[in-house]
Design a protein around this ligand. Structure first.
Ligand code: ADP
Length: 489
């Protein structure tokens, strides 16, 4: 899971938060209990001491009331009490006059001072641990040894601390287990499932368990995963559909190229038929003459060799036509198109020999200016098709021109080869210019044009990264400019 390395785990955070909470809750409680226990213990001790002081005061009063020479008396009682380990000092005064009746020898300094200087005023200035009590006519001041309150309270506090610690630990463990079971585990499970779906699984297995919010989260994640899977499925279907459509499009395009090629053959064939018709008629005539028994051997040979030449001419025309009409061997993909190259001057020669067989071309003056050995990245058959189409269009536009001229140029410009085909014909009308490269756009009569020629040319040229356009700056007719990637032979 893509967790930031610094982020502590949920479990650790739960323990830390609970621990802090427990410390914040129990520490003040402990101190409050400790303070209370100390105060209570002190109170108990004080009560005990006060009780003792009272008992002593009664004893001293009794001793004072007994006849003066009686055994014991106040001095004996004082000595008795002074022997007690918990007593530091005792002073017995008269209730009203504060006359010191008896006292332990090591009377605390401040007491001695008080009794010496101004007993009535200062007799009550006793320390905190001192107790003063009265019984009858006697007032007793006694200082007890400070009782060890801490010694009494510490075991109790230890017990409380232990209890709080154990209780806190149990609470922490319980809360940790409960939260782990209720929150951490279901979240862990959800995140594992989400990760599984992210890494390619197509089913979300986790049941919507745990508290309501987490169960709802599980349901949401499952819905999200299902939606994802569904969108992926429909996307895949669309991709398949698109692939299929592209395949069909490629096939159609190939079909289109082929159809346009055959249309070209048709156009050529119409002209060629006439060209072939004449030599055939001549051959037939010559064959008739050869059959004549009176003909000399020399004339016979001459007639036969002329017959052979005419037949070869016909055969050449038919061969050119067949070559052009034959489907290409190269594959349709533009990758293989890019790899095939053609030499422009050779293709130009082939195409011109193909068209010159037509009668209509007899009047057309064809000029060429082709850089020798110029190579372009387009298969020969395709370059032939493009040029043939441009030449046939040009010848059509030249039908009514008195001095028809076609100029075919090819030269290298940087890494590209630029080919132009221009004629001094009618030119492309202004309104038709934006449309001439669109499929099925034609200004020709039905049966004369398919409207596919230029669009097929553009498809062939652009497939190898080239361009074809009408040069609108040329005004004496039409000029088409083709740019093709060029390469060295
Ligand atoms: P088609 O020749 O079957 O009509 P094209 O796509 O080859 O189809 O040509 C489309 C149109 O472009 C032609 O009908 C014509 O109007 C125009 N065109 C093409 N070449 C020329 C040209 N050299 N001179 C004048 N118009 C042309």
């Amino acid at each position: 899971m893509a967790l930031a390395p610094s982020a502590p785990s949920l479990r650790l955070q739960i323990i830390a938060s609970l621990g802090t909470l427990l410390v914040l809750a129990f520490l003040p409680l402990f101190f409050a209990v400790a303070g209370l226990s100390r105060a209570t213990a002190l109170g108990v001790v004080n009560d005990e001491m006060a009780q003792r002081a009272r008992t002593m005061a009664i004893a001293f009063d009794d001793a004072r009331a007994s006849p003066p020479g009686a055994a014991g008396g106040i001095t004996v009682a004082l000595a008795d009490q002074a022997r007690s380990p918990s007593v530091i000092a005792i002073a017995v005064t008269d209730k009203d006059t504060h006359a010191l009746l008896a006292a332990t020898p090591d009377l605390p300094d401040e007491w001695a001072e008080a009794y010496k200087d101004d007993r009535s005023a200062k007799s009550n200035r006793v320390a905190l641990t001192d107790f003063t009590d009265e019984a009858g006519g006697t007032r007793l001041h006694v200082r007890f040894r400070p009782s060890d309150v801490e010694a009494r309270v510490t075991p109790l506090l230890r017990l409380i601390a232990l209890y709080i610690f154990l209780f806190g630990a149990v609470l922490l463990a319980f809360a940790y287990l409960a939260l782990t079971r209720l929150i951490v585990r279901p979240i862990d499970e959800l995140s594992r499932e989400a990760e599984r779906v992210a890494s390619g699984a197509r089913t979300f297995r986790s049941a919507a368990r745990g508290p309501r919010e987490i169960a709802e989260l599980g349901v949401s994640v499952r819905t999200m995963a299902d939606t994802l899977v569904a969108s992926e499925k429909s996307l895949r279907a669309k991709v398949d559909e698109l692939t299929e459509a592209t395949k069909r499009l490629t096939e159609t395009q190939a079909q289109l190229v082929k159809s346009e090629r055959l249309a070209g053959v048709g156009k050529l064939a119409a002209g060629v038929a006439h060209e072939i018709g004449n030599p055939i008629a001549a051959i037939l005539g010559m064959l008739d003459l050869v059959k004549d028994p009176d003909i000399s051997e020399e004339d016979k040979r001459d007639l036969l060799s002329r017959t052979q030449r005419e037949t070869e001419r016909i055969s050449g025309i038919v061969k050119d036509l067949l070559d052009f009409a034959r489907p290409e061997k190269s594959a349709d993909s533009s990758t293989s198109l890019r790899m095939a190259v053609s030499t422009v001057d050779r293709v130009v020669k082939d195409v011109l020999s193909l068209v010159s067989a037509q009668k209509s071309w007899k009047q057309i003056k064809v000029e060429t200016d082709v850089t020798p050995a110029l190579v372009v990245t387009l298969p020969e058959a395709r370059l032939q098709q493009v040029l043939l189409n441009l030449l046939l269009n040009a010848s059509h536009a030249l039908a009514d021109v008195t001095e028809p001229v076609i100029v075919l140029r090819a030269k290298r410009e940087g890494s590209m080869a630029v080919l132009t085909v221009e004629d001094n014909g009618t030119g492309v009308p202004e309104h038709a210019r934006p449309q001439i490269f669109e499929p099925f756009f034609t200004t020709k009569d039905v049966g004369e044009g398919t409207g596919l020629g230029l669009s097929v040319c553009r498809g062939l040229v652009e497939a190898v990264g080239g361009e074809i356009a009408l040069d609108t700056s040329y005004t004496k007719g039409a000029r088409f400019r083709i740019t093709l990637p060029s390469s060295e032979l």
